[in-house]
Design a protein around this ligand. Structure first.
Ligand code: ZN
Length: 250
């Protein structure tokens, strides 16, 4: 029931964020506050609830909200969404909540819950994942876990991000510039190749004659390429906003 309500709450939050951005041009970093509130709410759920497989319904809504904040299109790989939104992945935040709870229980053996968790009875249903079944390392931290997670999965343009836990450059840009910048960072944007794949354009070609991908626009195209390439654009160097605003794609 709690998860069901959470999914509804997140859907409403996501819709309101999208409406704010579309109608009032409110900046995405304000919407991050809404999303953070939702994450905190989820982390406060009882551990027995937040560790069930049903949390995937919550994660779908959280990802949808992060797509709104970062302006990402549907094909953008999920690991990019927390980085661009500057919100740690939900699974890691849940793990962090579990670590905190287990720490408290270990430090207070007089608590009635101590025997239930530390000297727990044998698990009768193997499909369950009780909090005591997770092995916690003493040096575990959100930032460290996030970094490990980021580098163990192959993601487009992964080399741009050396530390996923820091706020990425130009986080306070206008929404339309921020969105386009993120399309270049992830390599997933509304270029001719993507529009052609979706059946919206007849051909995938750029005005220069080559296939137009996001990487082509920034690194190779003689008509548009950015001095310093993707690295410089990501670091918001060499007047990146002026360059973004000159482009015909959005
Ligand atoms: Zn071109």
């Amino acid at each position: 029931m709690i998860l069901h309500r959470t999914v509804h709450l997140l859907t409403a939050c996501d819709r309101s964020n999208r409406t704010f951005i579309e109608r009032t041009s409110i900046k995405h970093n304000k919407c991050v506050c809404h999303m953070h509130s939702m994450h905190i709410y989820i982390n406060d759920l009882p551990q027995t609830t937040s560790r069930t497989s049903h949390t995937k319904h919550v994660d779908i809504q959280l990802n949808s909200g992060m797509r709104t904040i970062s302006g990402s299109i549907m094909s953008t790989p999920v690991p990019w969404l927390p980085i661009l939104s500057s919100i740690a992945p939900a699974a890691i935040r849940r793990m962090s909540a579990s670590v905190t709870v287990m720490d408290k229980i270990w430090q207070h053996p007089n608590l009635p819950v101590f025997d239930d968790v530390i000297a727990h009875p044998e698990v009768q249903l193997p499909s369950r994942s009780p909090i005591w079944s997770t092995v916690f390392h003493t040096d575990w931290s959100v930032d460290k876990a996030w970094k490990e997670d980021w580098f163990k999965t192959e993601v487009s343009n992964q080399f741009l991000i050396t530390d996923p836990a820091i706020c990425q450059p130009d986080f306070d840009l206008e929404p339309k510039d921020w969105t386009l910048l993120n399309h270049f960072r992830t390599g997933h944007g509304l270029c001719a190749a993507t529009l052609h794949d979706c059946g919206i354009r007849d051909d995938p070609f750029c005005a220069c004659g080559s296939k137009q991908t996001m990487l082509h626009i920034i690194n190779e195209c003689p008509l548009t390429k950015f001095p310093g390439g993707l690295h410089a654009l990501h670091a918001a160097e060499n007047d990146s906003v002026t360059w973004l605003r000159k482009l015909s794609i959005r």
